[in-house]
Each structure stands twice: as structure tokens, then as C-alpha cells.
Design a binder for this molecule. Structure first.
Ligand SMILES: [Zn+2]
Length: 299
């Protein structure tokens, strides 16, 4: 059963939905409701510029319009630059698959252009990442995070080898070692470093929201006994971004694991399909697993 509620964020009014597994329309956001919009400054030059904001969104349209069409939907990405909302959201209503991106998030000082790209990837992940689901159509939060750095970043940046190479000079020791263990070519390692840095940008923002700090070397230690479908703690989310960057499992952009017809399922068949496109112990992977701070596999 779906519970709907009005969520007031800045000057926007959303019709949202609670996180029950339902077939109806719902929205899913990158982070909890917050009042950071009060700190927004449209004229201040911080975070991501308007041109970059628009360019990233245009690139996402190029990359994913056909993918969504193949899945039976029509993709709309709303670029709301002047809106102070520090968030982003995804919605599906019948055949319309939409993503809302706000200038308030892009202008946060913690957010780099690549971090912003990962937010957009997270929202696309709600549509495309598949099992485990939080609603009839939406992949849950952890899965959307995993999709962002595992699949979406490869599509976004895979061919930007020169830009990716710039990350090599600044990547910290821990993520560098993980990337080097997972990927053998310099190009693949560089993409991994860049993805790690983008995940850290986003982790820092999520941490700032909760007055938590996140670190490369301080992974979450909690282990869930049932999958957490809500927003995990900031450190847990950074762990997931890092895991996605080093997962070397196959990726097929036209497969949404666990989706049959217009809705997704959290049953065994869905988990088995998901395992084909994720790193799991069952698949003999030792790195890049979805973090046990939110994901509890049942296979
Ligand atoms: Zn989300």
C-alpha cells in the first residue's frame, strides 16, 4: 500500500511517497529532506557552474534517452538551476520517467562537477539499477549508489581518458590500492580513481548534511541482517561508491535486473538476475561487493 505525503523543500512542493513496495507513482531522492536551501546563494561562485550543470544533464540525456526508451519509458531530466533545493529526485508516472536536478545542490561547496554527475547517476539508478527495489519501480538507495559508480560512471567517463588520467596525481593511497588491485590497465585504473574522487565529493556532502565525517580508511562496521532500503549513513554510502568503482562484473545497460513488465521484484529470481551484473561472493568476487552496511544477500 502506498502512503503519499507532501514534502516541502525550499519553494518546491513535491508529492512524494513513502518507501513501501508499491506499484504506484512515487519519488526517490538522493538525500533526506533538509534545510540546506537556506544557505544557498545564486550569485556566489561555488560548486558547479550553470554551464557545467547544463552540460552534465545534456550528456545524461544523450547517454540514457534510448536506454530508457528500450525499457518502455520516456526520459525527462529537469534542469532547475535557480531552485535552491539541496537535493535531487526521480519519479515515474505511467510511461514518464523523470529526474529533477536542482541548482541548490550544484552550488554546494562540497560538490564537484563529478560529484554532481554521480548524483545524477544515482537518480538514473533509481530507474535503471534494478534489484533490490524500494517501490514498484525504484531501485533502493544503496543500489542506486552502487549503480552510479559501477555502471553509470563508466558510461559517462569511459572515453575521457585524458581527464581520467588527472585523477592519478591526487588519488589517496587506499582507493588507489583498491583500484590497482581491481583493474589492470592504466586507463581503467584512472577511471576508477576519478570515480572514487567523485564518490568522496558526494560522501562529503552527505556527511555535512548529518554532521558526520567520512573517510577512505574508516569503512562502516555495521552489518545488516535484512537489506536497508532507506538512505544509509554517509560513510556506508561512501563505502558503496568505492565498491562500485572496483566491481569488475559485466554490465549490460539494457538490463534492469528483477524488472518484469512495468515493475520490479525483490524475489529470488530478481536477486539471481542482479547477481549476474554485480559483484557477489557467489560469483567468486572478493572486492566490489555491495556493502554489508546496507545489503543483506539471501542467495
Ligand atoms: Zn535516492
Amino acid at each position: 500500500m502506498e502512503r503519499r505525503h507532501l514534502l516541502f523543500v525550499g519553494s518546491q512542493i513535491f508529492v512524494g511517497a513513502a518507501l513501501a513496495l508499491s506499484a504506484g507513482p512515487a519519488s526517490a531522492s538522493i538525500m533526506p529532506d533538509n534545510n540546506l536551501y537556506l544557505q544557498d546563494c545564486l550569485e556566489c561562485e561555488s560548486g558547479v557552474s550553470e554551464d557545467t550543470f547544463k552540460a552534465i544533464i545534456e550528456k545524461a540525456k544523450v547517454l540514457y534517452t534510448e536506454v530508457v526508451k528500450q525499457a518502455g519509458g520516456t526520459l525527462t531530466i529537469n534542469a532547475r538551476w535557480t531552485d535552491a533545493t539541496v537535493n535531487a529526485s526521480a519519479q515515474q508516472m505511467f510511461g514518464s520517467w523523470s529526474v529533477n536536478m536542482y541548482g541548490g545542490l550544484a552550488r554546494r561547496p562540497e560538490v564537484t562537477a563529478d560529484g554532481f554527475t554521480m548524483v545524477l547517476c544515482h537518480e538514473l539508478g533509481h530507474h535503471l539499477a534494478g534489484f533490490p527495489y524500494v517501490s514498484g519501480w525504484a531501485a533502493n538507495e544503496g543500489q542506486s549508489d552502487y549503480f552510479a559508480t559501477n555502471h553509470c560512471s563508466q558510461l559517462f567517463w569511459g572515453d575521457e581518458t585524458e581527464i581520467n588520467a588527472q585523477a592519478r596525481a591526487v588519488i589517496a593511497a587506499t582507493p588507489k590500492a583498491q583500484c590497482d588491485a581491481a583493474w589492470s590497465t592504466q586507463d581503467a585504473q584512472n577511471l576508477c580513481y576519478r570515480t572514487m574522487l567523485a564518490g568522496k565529493s558526494l560522501g562529503d556532502l552527505l556527511g555535512a548534511l548529518k554532521t558526520e565525517t567520512v573517510g577512505w580508511d574508516t569503512p562502516a562496521t555495521n552489518v545488516v541482517t535484512a537489506t536497508n532500503h532507506a538512505h544509509p549513513a554517509a560513510q556506508c554510502r561512501l563505502d558503496t561508491y568505492m565498491a562500485g568503482a572496483v566491481c569488475t562484473a559485466d554490465y549490460d545497460k539494457n538490463v534492469i535486473p528483477g524488472k518484469r513488465g512495468t515493475r520490479g521484484y525483490n524475489d529470488r529470481e530478481a536477486e539471481e538476475q542482479s547477481a549476474l551484473y554485480s559483484c557477489t561472493t557467489q560469483g567468486q568476487y572478493t572486492a566490489g561487493l555491495r556493502s554489508s552496511c546496507w545489503f543483506a544477500p539471501t542467495l
